[in-house]
Design a protein around this ligand. Structure first.
Ligand code: KG4
Ligand code: ZN
Length: 378
């Protein structure tokens, strides 16, 4: 079964073609990162306008990537999948209405997918080299020359470690960490999942972005803080590990962000603090170490509590180099999987992989399907 999938829940317009829930024949992403950079975060109204502008070119890009599909590649598609939620309503609507239109015009079944379920399926995607294309939308006001990069990041870097080197299987624990999500999910089958813990306030990606903003490091914060952290001393500043020792599997990151702000204030304010490159590196390293301690501490607790020995770390923050290294070191008896970075951040390949395990809606339901900004995983 060959599925064309669409993801537009936040600031990436993404389209993929996935076969059999695993083989990614095409993965095209138009990223709005440059557009939102000047605002230090995603502006929902601008995001939905960019999705409208880029949805059709990205679909064409994905169809063009599929080898040997003939003159009408859409005729080889068995189903259309789309992220129905959760996410920004205006952004979701662009994907949902586009998917509905193609499904109706071509009389193809329509499959609505939950975004988090998609992230959890990113670990099963097989992404051959050369099948990914990334395009960064230019900052507002600048002209686009539509240059698609030939390969969207390192598609080979799927990290696995632990006692069982065989293919990853169910049941497993999913740690979903991104700019909007932070959850621990027990996954018993392709469509059997239950949230057992989540953030009480900020998501970790949000904390990275806010810390980067305080330090004047730009948006998104994750990659730059990750890089500076690798050059700093993680013991330099004593930062809290919020609710690490609580009995539940929940997270909290807003206190950590506030602690970072306090360190900057206690050391003479941002101008004085940022004048020392070493201080900035050390604060990034100390912050990252606290995030890693909490994420891995809670994951370990949930693995033990649920009697699981497999952990999949997914979502944008799973790109983090420090987290990948620390997890491999500290969770030695766990079968650990991180997807390649291009499948950690939002993409449509994961939506196509998840859709393989979801029933299509009826033709009547397809016509009235609506996006759901606050869709619950259960
Ligand atoms: O999954 P994603 O693309 O979008 C959401 O669903 O939110 O994740 C984006 C988030 C941003 O907050 C970004 O700062 C964070 O992932 N991120 C990272 C890294 N790369 C991206 N966080 C920590 N370390 C990284 N290397
Ligand atoms: Zn996401």
């Amino acid at each position: 079964m060959r599925i064309l999938s669409i993801e537009s829940s936040c600031d990436e317009t993404a389209v993929a073609i996935v076969e059999g829930g695993r083989l990614v024949r095409a993965n095209a992403i138009a990223s709005q990162m440059q557009v939102h950079r000047i605002y230090s975060g995603v502006v929902p109204e601008i995001a939905s306008r960019c999705h409208i502008q880029y949805m059709l070119p990205v679909i064409e890009q994905a169809l063009g990537l599929m080898d040997g599909a003939g003159e009408d590649p859409l005729s080889t598609i068995d189903a259309i999948a789309v992220t129905r939620g959760p996410g920004l309503i205006g952004s979701l609507l662009v994907g949902v209405e586009t998917a509905k239109s193609i499904a109706f015009a071509r009389d193809i079944p329509l499959i609505p997918v939950h975004h988090t379920m998609g992230h959890l399926h990113s670990i099963f995607c097989e992404l051959p080299e050369g099948q990914s294309r990334l395009f960064e939308l230019p900052p507002e006001g600048e002209k686009s020359d539509e240059k698609w990069s030939s390969e969207a990041g390192d598609t080979r870097l799927m990290e696995k470690s632990g006692r069982d080197k065989a293919a990853f299987d169910y049941p497993f624990l999913g740690l979903v960490i991104s700019g909007g999500h932070s959850s621990l999910i027990r996954v018993d089958g392709p469509a059997e999942m239950r949230t057992i813990g989540s953030t009480l306030d900020d998501a970790p990606g949000e904390a990275y972005d806010k810390v980067a903003k305080c330090l004047g490091l730009g948006y998104p914060g994750g990659p730059v803080v990750d890089k500076l952290a690798s050059e700093g001393d993680p013991t330099a500043f004593d930062l809290p590990r919020p609710i690490l020792h609580s009995k539940d599997y929940n997270f909290s990151f807003s206190g950590l962000k506030t602690a970072v702000v306090r360190v900057i204030e206690d050391n003479g304010g941002i101008v004085k603090f940022a004048a020392s490159e070493n201080a900035v590196r050390d604060l990034c390293a100390s912050f990252q170490e606290a995030v890693i301690d909490v994420l891995l501490g809670k994951s370990l607790k949930a693995l033990k509590g649920e009697g699981l020995f497999r952990l999949a770390v997914v979502g944008g923050v799973a790109c983090n180099r420090g987290l990948r290294a620390a997890a491999a070191k500290r969770l030695k008896s766990t079968h650990l999987v991180f997807p390649p970075p291009v499948l950690c951040t939002d993409n449509a390949a994961m939506i196509g992989a998840a859709a393989y395990h979801v029933d299509p809606v009826s033709r009547e339901e397809a016509l009235s399907l609506n996006a759901q900004a606050g869709w619950n995983l259960s």
